[in-house]
Unconditional design. Sequence first.
Length: 116
Amino acid sequence: MMKQFLRHFLIFAIGCLFLSSCLFQTSSTTVKGRVTEYGKKPVADAEVSFGGALNETVVKTQADGTFTITARHRPTQMLRLEVKKKGFAMDEKVEFPGFAAPSEPIEIELMQTVSY
């Protein structure tokens, strides 16, 4: 009886350790890219945010529109990359799971907005 209890307890403990390592493991992902506007003109000082719903990292683009940004996340978490600059808007969403981040630099083209 005690032997069976210990065996079940050991299986339960190993299962909990495995589950916690899957759920609470963190990874980091680095993405490089370039932000431009129509005509491939670089957009300097745009705010680039990258990460999951609760944990985002923010950097500014360089004079040539390039950026490098790293976010910490769970391996299966969906990551979002967003670019903001006054007078501009992103045309499309950039999202991917943490385990499938792009290995090549991302090109993001912003559209100029019209204000009245």
